[in-house]
Design a protein around this ligand. Structure first.
Ligand SMILES: [Cu+2]
Length: 166
């Protein structure tokens, strides 16, 4: 019985995150891309700050960090962003996430014991200044979404883009 409870406690967070992931769409395939959208990240805002999508579209986002700070482009619901923020704060506390740099070596080391610190989410890219990343996402659901940066303070400073799915 004890083992069963432990099993449930260990796996509930995974089940919940997999469930909410499906709600926002799914990782897209490169050979199914309908459109490419370029996103520029500045300190602390996106350009454009509004993204219009047709339901079912697969979009390739080419994300460029034009700012002086590390930024994230993360597609999720508002609730998911708010849940993700303590994780990012922890990355700052552990000195994995520095103002203008990501300590990849430390990230790999810490991720061995704490998977949440690996920051490998299929719905986001985390970029150092001057770096370019890509994210292919299929918007299969018309859930209300936001593209946002969850580096501590950035979301609150307005680093959030509205995603309109029609
Ligand atoms: Cu940011």
């Amino acid at each position: 019985m004890y083992k069963l409870i432990l099993f449930i406690l260990l796996f509930i967070p995974n089940i919940v995150s997999a469930g909410s992931m499906k709600m926002i769409g799914e990782p897209g395939h490169l050979n199914e891309v309908d459109r490419t959208i370029e996103i520029k990240m500045f300190d602390n805002y996106y350009e454009p700050n509004q993204i219009d999508i047709k339901k079912g579209e697969t979009i390739k986002f080419v994300v460029k960090n034009m700012g002086e700070l590390v930024h994230e482009f993360n597609i999720a619901t508002k609730e998911m962003h708010i849940k993700h923020q303590p994780e990012m704060l922890k990355m700052v506390g552990m000195e994995i996430l520095l103002g203008d740099r990501i300590d990849m070596k430390k990230m790999k080391e810490v991720a061995k014991t704490d998977k949440s610190m690996a920051h490998s989410h299929s719905n986001s890219v985390l970029l150092e200044p001057k770096k370019i990343g890509e994210l292919v996402w299929k918007f299969s659901k018309d859930t209300k979404l936001e593209a946002a940066c969850n580096v501590p303070g950035h979301y609150q400073a307005g680093m959030v883009a509205k995603v309109n799915i029609n």
